[in-house]
Ligand binder design. Structure first.
Ligand SMILES: [Zn+2]
Length: 346
């Protein structure tokens, strides 16, 4: 039976995908869907053998589709599609894509001969920016059929719906494969990485951006931490477990960087925490006696954002504790790609 807003969700507890161990220790309890406020309380556990943190037990695949409904795609009542507009048209959406491209290009320049696959491509916003910049051939795949149906530039970009391991792309077809905020959603992340390795030409690059479980705000805000995204995020990587996952899938490390995703991790996490402790109604609720209090709290958060978020992110970047990380690795073999000027692997 599929879960509803009232029914409990069916759960499963598979062994660790990285080392096959079933020895786990609980590291966080009481995690909930703080963004869409769907039901269910979840636990996070760390594998005792390799250290990879998992949402465990986790919803079964059918139950997970309930958590994705009306989240990553879908129109509002007035026929708008705010997620698509944000990713593909808004200044901030394009800025995030250009930021990711810049991090990649510190290691590897993209050119017209490149063949790029974005896994978890959503509406294709990053592919559009990469194509405009480098003139490369692009393909995208996403589990969410609604996003792929409305993906941008479908006449010049090849899109597929479903899991990467089922997509049947030809071996060696791509030179660069990206996973931006997507690997942590995969129920079998090592199998996805192995498939990516098969699809890459020798010497091809894989680029992965995921939340950083070692981030400072994760430890401060715990279950209110914005990038936790429970239960859609099934795995929670540290720099060490991410490197181990890539090694297990047969990649050679090239670079690791501390990154920002949306530059509102600290203040948004504080907002989630405040909303919870003051039992704030969800956004868009009818006006009540406490609405002026909620508006005042919101204005305080906006003021804090202006003076606090950017400087704090800069400090976290220097100390290796931002909420996100990006890793670049290489499939062995082939000619070593020439390094871009000024490139320096960390
Ligand atoms: Zn393990």
């Amino acid at each position: 039976m599929l879960p509803t807003m009232d029914a409990p969700v069916p759960l499963e507890s598979p062994p660790c995908p990285l080392c096959r161990s079933s020895a786990y220790r609980t590291v966080m309890t009481g995690a909930r869907d703080m963004i869409w406020r769907k039901p269910g309380t979840f636990r996070l556990q760390r594998c005792e053998d390799c250290g990879l943190v998992a949402t465990r037990p986790r919803p079964t695949p059918d139950a997970l589709s309930f958590y994705y409904e009306d989240t990553y795609s879908g129109e509002t009542d007035d026929g708008e599609n705010p997620m698509r507009a944000f990713q593909t048209e808004s200044g901030l959406g394009r800025l995030i894509s250009r930021y990711r491209l810049r991090v990649l290009e510190k290691v590897r320049r993209l050119g017209p001969d490149d063949r790029l696959l974005d896994v978890g491509c959503s509406y294709g916003g990053f592919l559009r920016v990469a194509r405009a910049h480098a003139g490369c051939a692009t393909a995208g795949i996403d589990m969410d059929a609604g996003s792929i149906e409305q993906a941008v530039d479908a006449e010049i970009c090849e899109y597929r719906t479903g899991r990467l391991v089922d997509a049947g792309f030809e071996a060696g077809r791509f030179t660069v494969i990206t996973f931006f905020e997507s690997l942590e959603h995969h129920s079998a992340p090592i199998a996805a990485l192995r498939e990516a390795r098969r699809l890459l030409a020798p010497g091809g690059m894989i680029v992965i951006e995921v939340p950083n479980w070692n981030g400072l705000w994760r430890r401060v805000f715990r279950t209110a931490w914005l990038p936790l995204l429970i239960p859609q995020h099934l795995f929670h990587f540290t720099p060490k477990t991410l490197a181990a996952a890539l090694d297990e899938a047969g990649f050679e490390p090239v670079a690791h960087r501390q990154t920002m995703f949306y530059p509102l991790e600290g203040v948004a996490s504080l907002g989630i925490w405040l909303a919870r402790v003051t039992k704030a109604p969800p956004p868009g609720s009818p006006f009540t006696w406490r609405t002026p209090l909620d508006i005042a709290l919101f204005l305080v958060l906006v003021a804090l954002y202006v003076v606090f978020e950017w400087p704090s992110q800069a400090i976290l970047q220097l100390t290796g504790q931002t909420g996100h990380q990006m890793v670049i690795a290489r499939k062995p073999g082939g000619e070593a790609a020439p390094e871009a000027p000024g490139s320096k692997a960390q």
